[in-house]
Design a protein around this ligand. Sequence first.
Ligand SMILES: [Zn+2]
Length: 83
Amino acid sequence: MVIEIRVLYNERIYIYLLTIIISLFSFQIKTTQKVFICKSTSSKRYHYKKTCRGLNRCKAEIKETTLKKAEKFGRTLCKLENK
Ligand SMILES: [Zn+2]
């Protein structure tokens, strides 16, 4: 009985740690993931691909930035790339 409880407890810790590791990993991706934005003031999107159709419409300068910065400026993922 005591052993069973201990196993369950360990499993919980394991899942908890795994969740932390996964969230840290995705945070790391967010801070380093490169995205492209159109510098036009009317543009509210960011793009993973520089060749994206949504980005082709951009009349202003195309700038490479990080996902974190793009989100900080209120940009959301381009609908053409949202799978
Ligand atoms: Zn796009």
